[in-house]
Design a protein around this ligand. Structure first.
Ligand SMILES: *Cc1c(COP(=O)(O)O)cnc(C)c1O
Length: 375
């Protein structure tokens, strides 16, 4: 057996090598490195896949979130509600724009925003909510959208971990994650479910005016070259990345399926184990398992990680320090925010290898060893 990886991009590449190499060579031979038909086509194809009107590509997922908040015209001091239990990028852009992050707790089963916590966090200064579809599963969007509508608050979805996932409303309508808020944001970081061979990101919206604004902000605030209407930034998706992403987008559903197959194997192996809680699959979401994350009780999580490593089984802690306790945010005085579930999860979660190429032999090796260690 080869060395196990958290994400095995080498093996995935071997299966699409011919297509990818041709596409990359085509970009290089045409020396069309910035913009061009591949970027345009990718945006159109992704819009079609997600069922949104506009996709605006940009340089990475963090930029996507930043540009989204800029386009909403938020002012310093405006409050933005986010979970603390997320990748720091969600929160960092809020602080970068001098907005005020307000942290809410998550549900212990889904790891996503708790609605009661959101309701309690709303003040007259709340201007935006950023739901994070963590680990590949949708936030419970129907109640969230209702709360946001009632208080006239913008919803910007952080879909960096859940592209391909869906949410089903109580009337039976099913919508792709990222297509429900006023703006959706994603990342094409290589290890994400739709990953390029470098950095990349995108914003989605159904609003024509906002689409125009997002596009302008990502392009130095200009619509006509050298006429700059507003302060923006330089955030583009490379043509080579777009060429690779067009190929991988066609395989995204198949890739999501492979991840779910691996998750099914894990679930079955750990079923009813007294010290292991397997990820909960909310009935309203199609879980695309960006991460497969267990909760461990009755055994020290860090010892488990160390013992797995001794047997050449990689694992990760997403995330060891919640956002509200990061030194980065000291000036906001948020470290004592009471988020009991977030604090509890920080000590008991562990994510196992999860990617599109896991074999039954590897899954058996991982699960057998983990159960042997934990007893
Ligand atoms: C990866 C990620 C981002 C940031 O994306 P980058 O492309 O790395 O900038 C933002 N939010 C979440 C939840 C992520 O997982």
């Amino acid at each position: 057996m080869q060395q196990l990886q958290m994400v095995d991009l080498k093996r995935q590449y071997q299966k699409i090598k011919a297509e990818v190499d041709t596409a990359i060579n085509h970009v290089i031979e045409n020396a069309a490195f910035i913009g061009g038909p591949d970027v345009h086509s990718f945006a159109t194809e992704l819009a079609q896949y997600l069922g949104v009107k506009h996709v605006i590509p940009c340089a990475n997922g963090t930029d996507a979130l930043q540009i989204a908040l800029m386009a909403l015209g938020l002012q310093p001091g405006d409050e933005v509600i986010t979970p603390s239990y997320t990748y720091i990028a969600t929160v960092e852009v809020v602080a970068l724009l001098k907005l005020t992050p307000v942290f809410v707790d998550v549900d212990p089963d889904t790891f996503t925003m708790n609605m009661e916590s959101v309701k309690k966090a709303i003040t007259s200064k709340t201007k935006a909510i950023i739901p994070v579809h963590l680990y590949g599963q949708s936030v419970n969007m129907e109640p969230l959208l209702a709360i946001a509508k009632e208080h006239n608050i913008a919803v910007v979805e952080d879909n960096a971990q859940a592209i391909g996932s869906t949410y089903t409303f109580s009337n039976g309508t099913t919508v792709k994650t990222g297509a429900m808020g006023i703006i959706g944001c994603t990342s094409f970081f290589p290890s994400k479910n739709l990953g390029g061979y470098g950095d990349g990101g995108a914003m989605f919206t159904n609003d024509d005016e906002l689409a125009q604004k997002l596009k302008m902000i990502a392009n130095h605030g200009q619509q006509t070259r050298y006429y700059h209407e507003m302060v923006g930034c330089n955030s583009r998706l490379d043509t080579i990345q777009a060429a690779v992403l067009r190929i991988k987008l066609r395989k995204l559903d198949e890739y999501c399926y492979s991840r779910r197959q691996a998750a099914d194997y894990y679930d079955k192996a750990f079923k009813n184990h007294p010290k292991i809680t397997t990820p909960y699959r909310a009935p309203y979401s199609y879980h695309v398992f960006h991460q497969y994350t267990l909760q461990i009780s009755g055994f020290d999580r860090d010892t488990l990680q160390q013992k797995l490593a001794e047997r050449n089984i990689p694992s990760m802690i997403y995330y060891p320090v919640p956002s509200h306790k990061q030194n980065m945010l000291k000036e906001y005085g948020v470290e004592n925010t009471i988020l009991p579930v977030t604090d509890m999860l920080q000590d008991c979660v562990i994510s196992l290898p999860m990617h599109t190429e896991l074999t039954e032999e590897e899954l058996a090796f991982i699960t057998n060893n983990l159960i042997e260690i934990i007893g």
